[in-house]
Design a protein around this ligand. Structure first.
Ligand SMILES: [Zn+2]
Length: 416
């Protein structure tokens, strides 16, 4: 039977866990030094390794031959826990067992020493889903835990866990995993699986996974299905993100001040059933990513969100100044907010696009500063201000204005 990649490549020791060394190092030391707590609370977003670490810890504390705090994964205890034949280690999903009865049953059972291993370990996933009576029953055990008992609670929503429970647990918070670390792991898994994953493809999947390694591996699974080569194009197609290229095209039309083409694109997307609000918000997150790449080229990889390929981003990035991106972002934010109470969303979206394509029509401060920036740019290119001075045709769009400046550039310098 085919086994999903994220299950097949689930880490089996603390050393294999990616991006959470602040937690795994501590747990290893606790196991090696036998300084374990009777209750742990693992928090963090999904797919960051909470349940994986809980399973590893359950094996490590019972392992006959732990290796520097890691479970050996070979002794009868490790194997029995892994294949589920040792009932002293129990996993409970609070999302499906939120009743007080299950927790009371746990409480009654908890007093008995474990049958096959050193410690009875209860792993409670999504613990925030427990009902209030169930939390109270759990609290009773946590108040006076027998020495052979260990609880590992995991949650994605810490704020829903009562303070009385939190204060009795050692709390570890799992971080979103950095895209670079995810890409590295994807690359490793792909090589082991004989999948030809390109470096750009790995980086794109890592961005899309938003800090969760499990999601990243599931995406790789989905994109590689039967194929040998997985690149950016393949990923965008498989995940239905090819539509992003429309957004990128729209951004390019804004860069070229091509109002007519931009309106045409919007009208086509509208005809295909796309909501104008989501077009604007996609433009907005694209502008944000472009701005981040420009202002923090080194650190920004961790902050980017979009499903765009590297070549598209580089090409677009070259066409905008940071100031112009700021102006575009503030126009888009304003328009998106106004759209919520608009009576004609399509017209408002069109007006927004027209303003985006013509800085001249944006009378806000950021619009003015974008225009100044453009003038400064022209000055830097050696166009005389005096020559550029003849009054621009009244607000008829920027295309004629551009022709003027091109003509000026070609003309000989005025006699002095
Ligand atoms: Zn072992």
């Amino acid at each position: 039977m085919y086994q999903a990649l994220y299950r097949k490549w689930r880490p089996r020791t603390f050393d294999d866990v990616v991006g959470q060394s602040h937690i795994t190092d501590t747990l290893k030391q606790q196991v090696a030094g036998d300084r374990l707590s009777h209750a742990y609370l693992f928090t963090g977003t999904r797919g960051t390794g909470k349940t994986t670490c809980a399973k590893i810890l359950a094996r490590a504390v019972n392992c006959h031959n732990p290796q520097n705090g890691n479970p050996c994964n070979q002794c009868p205890a490790c194997l029995g826990i892994e294949n589920g034949s040792i009932l002293d280690v129990l996993e409970l999903d609070a999302a499906s067992n939120n009743g007080v009865d299950q927790v009371r049953a746990l409480r009654d059972e908890a007093v008995y020493t474990p049958a096959a291993v050193r410690k009875r370990v209860y792993i409670v996933d999504e613990v925030h889903m427990l009902s209030t009576p169930a939390f109270n029953a759990l609290l009773k055990i946590l108040e006076e835990p027998p020495s052979h008992l260990m609880f590992i609670l995991a949650t994605t929503e810490l704020h829903k866990v009562p303070a009385t429970i939190k204060s009795r647990c050692q709390q570890f918070s799992f971080k979103r995993i950095l895209p670079g670390q995810i890409a590295q792991r994807l690359d490793y898994v792909a090589r082991q699986e004989g999948i030809d994953l390109t470096a750009d493809g790995a980086a794109l999947l890592a961005r899309l996974a938003d800090g969760g390694l499990r999601d990243a591996l599931s995406l790789l699974d989905q994109c590689s299905g039967g194929r040998q080569r997985v690149d950016e194009r393949e990923i965008l197609d498989t995940l239905g993100l090819a539509g992003n290229l429309e957004t990128a095209g729209l951004m390019e039309q804004i860069a070229l001040h091509d109002t007519a083409a931009a309106l045409e694109t919007l009208s086509r997307l509208y005809a295909n059933g796309k909501d104008v609000g989501s077009v604007l918000s996609e433009l907005s997150s694209l502008a944000r990513d472009l701005l981040l790449r420009k202002t923090a080229p080194q650190g920004s990889a961790a902050l980017l969100t979009g499903g765009y390929d590297e070549a598209t981003m580089r090409n677009l990035g070259e066409q905008f100044s940071a100031r112009r991106l700021l102006q575009i972002l503030s126009l888009l934010q304003q328009a998106t907010a106004d759209l919520a109470r608009s009576s004609n969303r399509r017209t408002d979206a069109e007006l927004c696009l027209i303003r985006l394509c013509n800085e001249e029509l944006d009378e806000s401060l950021s619009g003015l500063s974008a225009r100044i920036a453009r003038l400064e740019e022209r000055l830097a290119q050696g166009v005389s201000v005096q020559a550029a001075a003849p009054p621009a045709p009244p607000a008829s769009g920027s295309a004629p204005a551009r022709r003027t400046s091109a003509a000026v550039k070609a003309a000989p310098p005025p006699p002095s």
